[in-house]
Design a binder for this molecule. Structure first.
Ligand SMILES: NC(=O)c1ccc[n+]([C@@H]2O[C@H](COP(=O)([O-])OP(=O)(O)OC[C@H]3O[C@@H](n4cnc5c(N)ncnc54)[C@H](OP(=O)(O)O)[C@@H]3O)[C@@H](O)[C@H]2O)c1
Length: 272
């Protein structure tokens, strides 16, 4: 959506997808905003350094410059720690964390000599507060925040801005066709089965009721990509800012108690 919006606003956009056959909706969305001529779509897997190198080299030779990099690719693996395999964790980090490092590593040598540029990393509210069954996702975004803080300081002397965007929950494909679960999530023989049923129905009903449009996030990203003065951290929406404030100011034990009340009310005690 951000790519379509930026192209519609007249910016030259190179969007990357893993499977070009699945980019039809991006072309349609961009055309509906009048930006078709500004959009090029490339095949890239952020977990595959070879595909990144090929795409960045092509863009750099075609455009000569890369003004803004938006590290957006990401997904979430749902599952309690004991239901998650080592492979689940590695897949989560390969995209959400190492993927950002891989792409940034290739783009920086194009940006740095010009002493100008902007890197926008899409983090999450999950980077401020943990919640049950999202440890892999939250950890990957916490790692991204730490990396981004350090990179911000390293790149300041080169006039390259590093920016974090921290959205709350929006109904996107991350919760539908791109949703991923631990192999053992919601299995009847898992000691976490009762909790996972409760959690799943809470998340489903929350998303059904959610009226927040991802356009809200695209609007912020487009402003951050283009406006002169920017902030490092960008939490989107009043409710998210309020939640973040509460998390920072109340004792963690109280926050964890409230989360358990919301997610697991009435759940029978987990069995050993
Ligand atoms: N939606 C929310 O509530 C929410 C909240 C906070 C943060 N975020 C963050 O926002 C970003 C965008 O998510 P979204 O909500 O827009 O979900 P989405 O609709 O599922 O979009 C995620 C995109 O990332 C791509 N992707 C996943 N793994 C990739 C890889 N290895 N290489 C290249 N592309 C890859 C997916 O491409 P494929 O189609 O090829 O899978 C998909 O186009 C993510 O970083 C997510 O963590 C989302």
């Amino acid at each position: 959506m951000s790519a379509a919006r930026l192209a519609g606003e007249g910016h030259r956009v190179h969007a990357c997808v893993r499977d070009l056959k699945k980019s039809q909706h991006l072309h349609v969305e961009t055309a509906s905003r009048g930006g078709a001529k500004n959009l090029s779509v490339h095949a890239m897997d952020v977990a595959d350094p070879v595909s990144i190198k090929a795409v960045v080299t092509e863009i750099a030779s075609r455009e000569g410059v890369i003004d803004v990099l938006i590290n957006n690719a990401g997904f979430g693996i749902g599952g309690f720690f004991e239901d998650l395999s080592d492979e689940d964790w590695r897949r989560q980090f390969d995209t959400n964390f190492f993927g950002v490092l891989n792409v940034t590593r290739e783009v920086l040598p194009v940006m740095r000599p010009r002493r100008a540029g902007r890197i926008i990393n899409i983090s999450s509210m999950a980077a401020f507060s943990g919640s049950p069954a999202f440890s892999a996702y939250a950890s990957s975004k916490w790692a991204l925040e730490g990396f981004s803080e350090c990179l911000y300081m390293e790149l300041k002397p080169f006039h390259i801005d590093v920016i974090l965007v921290e959205p709350g929950s929006y109904r996107t494909r991350i919760f539908t066709e791109n949703a991923r679960y631990a192999a053992n999530f919601n299995r009847k023989d898992s000691p976490y089965y009762a909790m996972s049923c409760q959690l799943k129905s809470f998340v489903d009903s929350y998303l059904r009721r959610s009226r927040r449009s991802p356009e809200e996030v695209a609007k912020v990203i487009s402003a951050l990509a283009t406006q002169e003065h920017t902030r490092f951290r960008n939490i989107i929406g009043l409710l998210s800012r309020l939640r973040c404030w509460v998390v920072r100011h109340i004792p963690f034990e109280l926050y964890a108690w409230a989360v358990a009340r919301i997610f697991f009310r009435g759940t029978t005690k987990p069995h050993a």
